[in-house]
Design a protein around this ligand. Structure first.
Ligand code: GTP
Ligand code: MG
Ligand code: NA
Length: 343
């Protein structure tokens, strides 16, 4: 349900950073889930997607008493792996998003995949915010569960504040060495030129309201055109996987347009174009991870932006990272098959 007059779609935000910096845990903190603990070796190995309705973002940011007037229906967050072997998945995630969160472990500073992620984002001119995560690991940190960061910092003793400032200054220098100006977000007077840093704890939630509010406000302020809903379907295949009871399914991100049960679609396949019909459009419940097996909501139709699981026949050889096309009444299917294979 829209609050404003504009017809905006949900914001698509990608979360990136070095392995174990806390990307999945941050999403767990916002969702109230334990996805990270269920991962093999604690390592993310697939792209995920979670939908956060505006209502939940409003609740989570209430304490900041900002004018959190939300014009977008929600926020779709794409989780990516930080392990070095998944560069292709980071690239896929970053190519889809309107803006990004770059997570840095405050105790580690910039690491190889932080820099790789940073470069992927810069290459595409994607705006991002830096989550300086694991502040609760500063020695002597006093937990202020889910508090805005300024409020939490006020509770800390001198030693914690000192360690925080030393690490922050050091990390700002490391970014500078990468040619990037950064500043803690509430002191940043040159948004757009200087990238903002939000200290966070994925364990106890400090700074999480700030992170959410910044994302939504920044997107609404600077990306209205990009976020204006377009009817033409724009849809990318994130993952291809077999799900018990559903056969081979594809997880997609619908960036624009609408999908319907029964739509004829064309997808790029290993052995040529796949033409098939959408049997079911499934989503997890709001605030649940698409890549985690759970109960799905069935939809007759679904409007962008969303992360969706599609079941259909013949998806076995579909190729992740390619576009999904919907066949319209006037479309030449042969031409569409050709263009699908150009991906
Ligand atoms: P990959 O997806 O594998 O790249 O890792 P990730 O960035 O998603 O990190 P993940 O969420 O798997 O967290 C890695 C480890 O750090 C886990 O043991 C988390 O519990 C822990 N962790 C993450 N964030 C925090 C935090 O803010 N504070 C503390 N104390 N631990 C954290
Ligand atoms: Mg992860
Ligand atoms: Na991890």
């Amino acid at each position: 349900i829209k609050e404003g007059g504009e017809n905006l779609r949900s914001i698509i935000c990608c979360i990136m950073g070095h392995v174990d910096s806390g990307k999945t845990k941050l999403l767990d903190c916002i969702r109230g889930t334990n996805v990270q603990e269920g991962e093999a070796g604690g390592i993310t190995q697939q792209i995920g997607a979670t939908y956060f309705p505006a209502k939940n973002i409003r609740e989570r940011t209430r304490e900041l008493k900002a004018d959190a007037k939300l014009k977008v229906p929600g926020l779709l967050v794409i989780d990516t792996p930080g392990h070095e072997s998944f560069t292709n998945l980071r690239s896929r995630g970053s190519s889809l998003c309107d803006l990004a969160i770059l997570v840095v472990d405050i105790k580690h500073g910039l690491e190889p995949q932080t820099i790789e992620s940073l470069n992927l984002l810069r290459m595409r001119n994607t705006e991002f915010i830096i989550a300086l995560n694991k502040v609760d690991r500063l020695y002597g940190w006093k937990t202020c569960k889910n508090a805005p960061i300024v409020k939490a910092m006020k509770q800390q003793n001198k030693d914690v504040t000192n360690e925080f400032n030393i690490r922050l200054t050091d990390i700002i220098t490391q970014f500078k060495e990468q040619g990037l100006n950064t500043e803690i977000y509430y002191k940043n007077k040159e948004m757009g030129e200087t990238f903002s840093i939000v200290p966070t704890s994925a364990k106890s939630g400090e700074g999480v309201p700030d992170l959410l509010l910044w994302l939504v406000q920044w997107a609404q302020k600077t990306m209205v055109e990009k976020l204006t809903y377009v009817d033409e379907v724009q849809c990318t295949v994130l993952e291809v996987k077999v799900i018990e009871g559903h056969g081979t399914t594809i997880d997609v991100v619908l960036v624009n347009g609408e999908l319907h049960e029964g739509d004829q679609i064309v997808v790029c396949g290993l052995q040529g174009p796949i033409v098939t019909t959408i049997r079911a459009l499934l989503t997890p419940h709001p605030m649940k991870e698409l890549r985690v097996k759970g109960t799905y909501l069935h939809h007759k139709e679904i409007k962008a932006a969303q992360g969706i699981k599609i079941t259909a026949q013949g998806l076995e050889h579909a190729i992740a990272g390619t576009s999904l096309h919907v066949v319209g009444p006037d479309d030449d299917i042969e031409a569409m098959k050709e263009s699908a294979m150009e991906d």
